[in-house]
Design a binder for this molecule. Sequence first.
Ligand SMILES: NC(=O)c1ccc[n+]([C@@H]2O[C@H](COP(=O)([O-])OP(=O)(O)OC[C@H]3O[C@@H](n4cnc5c(N)ncnc54)[C@H](O)[C@@H]3O)[C@@H](O)[C@H]2O)c1
Length: 354
Amino acid sequence: MIPNLNLVPFVSVDHMMKLVLHIGVERFLTELSAYVEEDFRRWESFDKTPRVASHSAEGVIELMPTSDGRTYGFKYVNGHPKNTREGRQTVTAFGVLADVGNGYPVLMTEMTILTALRTAATSAVAAKHLAPKDASCMAIIGNGAQAEFQAMAFKALLGIRKLRLYDIDPAATQKCVRNLRDQGFEIAACGSTEEAVEGAQIITTVTADKQYATILTDNMVGAGVHINAVGGDCPGKTELHRDILLRSDIFVEYPPQTRIEGEIQQLAPDHPVTELWTVMTGQAVGRRDARQITLFDSVGFATEDFSALRYVRDKVAGTGFYENLDMLADPDEPRDLFGMILRAAKPAPVGEAA
Ligand SMILES: NC(=O)c1ccc[n+]([C@@H]2O[C@H](COP(=O)([O-])OP(=O)(O)OC[C@H]3O[C@@H](n4cnc5c(N)ncnc54)[C@H](O)[C@@H]3O)[C@@H](O)[C@H]2O)c1
């Protein structure tokens, strides 16, 4: 059967959950990581722009577009740290993939779950290149919606088996322990950040607070550690003390965006950073030695969402994990858009006054 090009495959939250369970979380993260890395390796073929952010007192709404010349993608995403107190997600998202040749969308999908997966996959890809090779223990500070995804991605890609968890809200840590209990980890629920980072070769910070926070102070970070700083991703919203940045080799996604949104907003605009893609292509060195502190100043970049959209498009093809959305007008004669509306009017039944 010839597919109807005017129907757009749509992956709902329900279908995304089923797709993840069908593929398996670790396999999903591993395969998605390969797509993310593949797109980082062809970095120069993408249109790139810092995301378009609309800030308010309560949070931010952002649009994240990119294209590789053949396919176009964008994500709508918000960040509202106060939302969890009202029973809503801090971060929620949806996205679209389109054919550059005719401009028609080819996929629309929920991206709240997908963002958590792609953020974790990207963190793990970065850590694969930057973290100590023998890393087995990761601290996760901030045990909210993203936390388990980070843990699972680091298990799948780096073999992390020991987790040390801390959140200012013990209920968040308990939730995380509960969810990860049967996933093959040795888990320590900790009473402070200081306790959580003890003995961890990787420190993931993934807290949500709309302010300059100091989740990690300089004394908490020993030589040789890799820091995966995920939560600081907006102007005025950071997690690390500036002194840590000065001791670290800093790796970023797209500098023009990270200088506005990342931890490095605390530094001079010309402070040296290394673009992650150059490490992946071998043009720059990642981890040089065992005592170096590496920092992935993650803010989330549009190509990562593009990779995630590509992956989902490939995975749902030929499955039942989507429905078709009637979201493109399709008159028989393309210029007769108005006539299509007139023809949709139901003729009045015979004998009834018009
Ligand atoms: N870099 C990226 O690509 C990317 C992607 C998605 C989300 N994020 C960011 O990651 C952060 C976490 O997102 P989420 O969806 O998990 O949010 P969430 O609200 O579900 O969880 C955040 C957790 O952080 C905890 N927290 C806040 N302040 C803390 C502190 N001082 N110490 C320890 N814990 C603290 C909260 O109690 C909460 O449990 C957000 O800031 C979000 O904007 C970044």
